[in-house]
Design a protein around this ligand. Structure first.
Ligand code: ACO
Length: 338
């Protein structure tokens, strides 16, 4: 065991300006603000409308904010890991595009494809590179332009998703703060419940794949809902138990923002009151890999070194996980970017 932990030392984010409200969606599909609000907790989401701007555009801006706030140059970054299900293209990895745009001359990078668990899985991978001593500075970015794979004629999914990006910098810490434990799970048996069939090697793009609408996200909502509650709560409870943490020890639960009811049920099972749960689903909807860093960005100013955070996510695959983070910095100590 090593005392060298990977600590989050800065957070950044990017959200497109355009808002797609529930009222806007009422004009597109047979739905209502009341239905969406009561079933999901979402009021509006952000949309990156410009077709020439893709996921890397948002990822670069979130990453640059991290670097500016931490006061370091892109040339100091060793590794860039991007979690996304909406890469700019099948290949090269979006991490390569971000590396070039940032001017991160010595960095290597890769993408993690784990849907809504992507940021957590990327964080786990990144932590190993810091703990082992191989790297000093790793950027972990969760970014998704969900509007490019959402079918705006399907009322069961188009109400859920939004676009956005969040990023964190990981650096070594020997004070006892940082990423202290994590659990990751996948179960591919029921993958058909949440997937996008088109565009891969099984169903490459063709007139038929377009006609069958295979290039859109598909979700069988109710079974996913049940699996999400059991999965997120189960693994979050397990990580707390393994580390002798009670609800009182936890400053904040940081849950993937898929549905307010899923978050509520998860928090209940963990014995954590809602005032200790980070929530911004109302404003951004489900931004897939970006939800967790967007929460950290919104709540960063309330956190002090030593605060215990339990991050938890569930997504396509199925994939899910939980991470115990001991917060390592005071946001006031970073540069202001305003
Ligand atoms: N507006 C109005 N009515 C609707 C809408 C809508 N937007 N969508 C569905 N309905 C209707 C349905 O047609 C159905 O009508 P019926 O009873 O006449 O058949 C009724 O509302 C109930 O539908 P349900 O699917 O049972 O609604 P539910 O309460 O389950 O909510 C939802 C649906 C929001 C999708 C929910 O199931 C959910 O959040 N699922 C999990 C999401 C999740 O966690 N995903 C994982 C992460 S995402 C990722 O990895 C990319």
């Amino acid at each position: 065991m090593t005392d060298r932990k990977a600590a989050i030392t800065a957070v950044g984010h990017y959200l497109p300006e355009e808002r797609l409200t529930n009222r806007d969606l009422e004009k597109l599909v047979d739905t209502s603000d009341e239905w969406i609000t009561s079933r999901t907790g979402i009021k509006e989401r952000r949309i990156l409308r410009d077709p020439d701007k893709a996921t890397s555009y948002m990822a670069v801006r979130a990453a640059q904010m991290v670097l500016d706030r931490r006061g370091i140059g892109a040339d100091e970054v060793d590794l860039i890991i991007i979690a996304t299900v909406t890469p700019d293209m099948m290949f090269p990895a979006t991490a390569c595009l971000v590396q070039a745009e940032l001017g991160a001359g010595k960095a290597w990078g890769f993408d993690v494809l784990a849907a809504c668990s992507g940021f957590l899985f990327a964080l786990s991978a990144a932590a190993r590179f810091i703990e082992s001593g191989k790297h000093e500075k790793v950027l972990v970015i969760g970014a998704d332009k969900m509007s490019t794979i959402v079918d705006y004629t399907d009322r069961t999914t188009c109400i859920l998703f939004g676009d956005g990006a969040g990023a964190v910098l990981l650096e070594a810490n020997t004070d006892g703060n940082g990423i202290l434990d994590s659990m990751e799970r996948v179960d591919g048996n029921d993958w058909k419940g949440l997937c996008m069939l088109g565009g891969g090697s099984l169903h490459p793009a063709s007139p038929t794949s377009v006609e069958k609408r295979l290039h859109y996200l598909y979700q069988d909502g109710q079974p996913v809902f049940k699996r999400a509650v059991v999965g997120m709560a189960g693994v979050a409870e397990a990580i707390m138990k393994r580390n002798n943490l009670t609800g009182d020890d936890v400053r904040y639960l940081v849950p993937h923002q898929a549905n307010l009811r899923i978050i509520d049920a998860t928090a209940r099972r963990m014995g954590i009151p809602m005032e200790k749960v980070m929530l911004n689903i109302e404003r951004y909807g489900n931004t897939t890999a970006a939800t967790l860093p967007l929460c950290l960005a919104d709540w960063e100013h309330e956190l002090v070194p030593g605060d215990n955070l339990i991050l938890a996510a569930f997504g396509g695959g199925f994939s899910w996980g939980s991470t115990w983070v001991k917060w390592a910095y005071d946001a006031a100590s970073l540069n202001s970017t305003h």
